[in-house]
Design a protein. Structure first.
Length: 174
């Protein structure tokens, strides 16, 4: 599917609305959005009056810069409360599994020596679980790393047929 980049910068072609494989899957996405929307409306209703009062105060003429700063600060604080409450409400209303695993040895010792690696069998086990439960499709076939003359290390993600997916991501350097 061709990329659909919206003004916010999101790639909507990756949205479950467009990637759903069946009507049932699309229905689950619709239910998720509906629940999120209901939680958002519920929380916004609690703060609606307060936000309206702040908007009214900000629209009045004759306010000093300091008074406007205080009102805008209060407005941002309320918006942050709303965002936090919506996330908490959605989280409490959604029941989902979280896969946990413990690996005592990760293939490298504290001195940097190569040792037994318990992560590799976990990767195989989790990949099987991920595919069986259709959690997501892995669209990247390969990740390579580049080191520049300036000692910057960047990650380059490749898709099928070694097509570069995006710009190199510098994760170490000046």
């Amino acid at each position: 599917m061709e990329k659909i980049i919206t003004p916010c910068g999101d790639d909507c072609s990756m949205c479950p609305k467009y990637t759903a494989q069946s009507p049932e899957e699309l229905q689950k996405v619709a239910e998720l959005w509906h629940r999120y929307s209901l939680a958002q409306k519920e929380v916004l209703a609690k703060y609606k009056k307060e936000l309206a009062e702040i908007e009214q105060q900000l629209s009045k003429k004759g306010k000093t810069t300091d008074e406007k700063k205080v009102l805008k600060s209060k407005q941002k604080e309320i918006e942050l409360h709303i965002e936090t409450e919506v996330k908490a409400l959605v989280k409490s209303r959604f029941n989902y599994d979280v896969l946990l695993a413990e690996a005592e040895k990760a293939g490298i010792s504290t001195t940097g020596a190569v040792i037994e690696n318990k992560l590799e069998p976990l990767e195989v086990e989790y990949t099987t679980y991920r595919k069986a439960n259709k959690l997501w499709d892995n669209v990247f076939s390969k990740i390579t790393y580049q080191i520049t003359d300036n000692y910057e290390i960047s990650r380059v993600v490749l898709a099928e047929r070694n097509v570069v997916v995006g710009e190199p991501e510098v994760f170490y350097g000046e």
